[in-house]
Design a protein around this ligand. Structure first.
Ligand code: GLV
Ligand code: MN
Ligand code: MN
Length: 421
């Protein structure tokens, strides 16, 4: 362990570090809808700004220097901003009525892990940097992991600026309203190339760890996945007077697409879900003029994913042709299969074993910024047991003791990766 910062490198350990539970309590109310108990932390909203301010305050209170990379992502540096940095963190945005743990657990455990290390006078030989990545869920602007995609240059900044939310507000307008300059979006090789390893801790989304009796797991890889927007256009008309034969009802095409998604997923061993839909004009006694619906599809491999989406699209097109509806389909975001760096994972497994933790290795269908970063930097993920497996729901949960086990696991990993070789 390196116990003292070399001259000039400021370190300000809190006199009595906050426990994980204290930190959690502070963040917990931000963006929570009291009606549902779920979170609505959408990017560039006041809830998002409050999350960012909270993180910045916490990181600075630990002597970390917080910077933005102009894509909305925050980076809190512990130690010199140099190459070979060890990065950890996750996201603070949520899906509509999301759980409190998805993303936030990785950010809070990162702060708590720094507390544990500072309390034992550890000082990193390679800098540790805590990341809060933006619009991971794509809940507001449609593209998941938008912050890490912009950072790594796999999403075009002009296309990003033009993305709109459901109210028609562009990302550029939303960033400007929140006091940020959208003109500076774009790849930051200077940040990415400094990272020697990225380790994201995340609540488990699924229920694999509970039956194994394990509090912490490691990620093997992420299924390829994506989102496709289906726009069904028909003709508005009177629900009480229009003969069935005369209707052009886009709801029919949509309904057939939903059923086709279920069937195609069952046939292919994949997952396909329509969960977001906007109906125009959304009246009870009028045939809809248009239905906009989003397909979320995931599969163990890319061929299966393509087959699943093609089958659903063909079924929807056939139905629309019969019913006089027009359909256009366009991909909104796509993430190829991710295999996390196995050397890094083996190292982490060894560190955890040394700390008495046996961490099962799990695949996941959930997307993560670590997966977007994985082609550029060695990346790994730690999962914290979710006793019910429920996620993207106010019912998402992890026990305090398991979160604390996650903090200890992450601290051990950071100490190993950032400590003396
Ligand atoms: C993110 O949580 C995703 O998998 O959609
Ligand atoms: Mn999520
Ligand atoms: Mn997440």
């Amino acid at each position: 362990m390196s116990s003292a910062p070399p001259g000039g490198r400021a370190q300000k350990p809190p006199s009595s570090p906050l426990s994980f539970a204290d930190l959690w309590r502070e963040l917990e109310p931000i963006g929570r809808d009291p009606r549902t108990g779920g979170y609505r932390r959408f990017s560039w909203t006041p809830a998002d700004a409050a999350c960012r301010a909270w993180f910045t305050r916490q990181a600075e209170g630990r002597g970390l220097r917080v910077e933005s990379d102009n894509n909305g992502n925050l980076w809190a540096w512990w130690g010199e901003k140099a190459g070979d940095a060890v990065a950890t963190g996750s996201h603070l945005d949520s899906v509509p009525d999301g759980g409190g743990f998805d993303g936030a657990l990785g950010v809070v455990t990162a702060l708590a892990a720094v507390d544990l290390l500072q309390a034992k006078n550890f000082y990193p030989e390679r800098s540790v940097v805590l990341a809060v990545l933006t619009e991971e869920e794509g809940a507001r602007f449609g593209v998941s992991c938008l912050g890490s995609r912009l950072l790594t240059g796999v999403f075009d900044p002009d296309a990003a600026r033009a993305l709109t939310d459901d109210a028609g507000i562009t990302l550029a307008e939303a960033m400007t309203a929140a006091g940020h300059d959208p003109g500076r979006l774009g790849p930051r090789a200077d940040v990415v190339d400094r990272i020697a390893a990225f380790v994201e801790l995340h609540v488990e989304q699924g229920r694999a760890l509970a039956p194994l009796g394990a509090a912490v797991g490691l990620a093997e890889g992420i299924w390829p996945h994506g989102r496709w927007r289906f726009d069904f256009h028909g003709r508005a008309d009177h629900a009480g007077t229009t003969r069935l034969a005369d209707r052009k009802d886009p709801m029919l095409g949509y309904a057939r697409a939903v059923l086709a998604a279920r069937d195609a997923a069952a046939e292919n061993g994949s997952l396909a879900t329509f969960a977001k839909v906007i109906v125009e004009p959304n009246g009870t006694n009028g045939i809809a003029s248009a239905v906009h619906a989003w397909l979320d599809a995931r599969a163990p491999d890319e061929d299966t994913l393509t087959r699943t989406v093609t089958t659903i699209r063909s079924a929807a097109e056939r139905s629309c042709a019969q019913d006089g509806i027009t359909l256009s389909v366009r991909p909104e975001s796509y993430t190829p299969a991710v295999r996390f760096d196995h050397l890094l994972r083996d190292r982490l497994a060894e560190v955890l074993a040394g700390a008495g933790v046996t961490a099962p290795v799990l695949p996941t269908g959930a997307g993560h910024d670590a997966g977007v970063l994985a082609p550029r930097v060695p990346a790994a993920m730690l999962f914290v047991r979710n006793p019910t497996g429920i996620s993207h729901s106010p019912a998402e949960h992890a026990e305090l003791a398991d979160c604390e086990a996650g903090v200890r696991a992450l601290a051990a990993v950071l100490e190993h990766l950032a400590g003396p070789r």
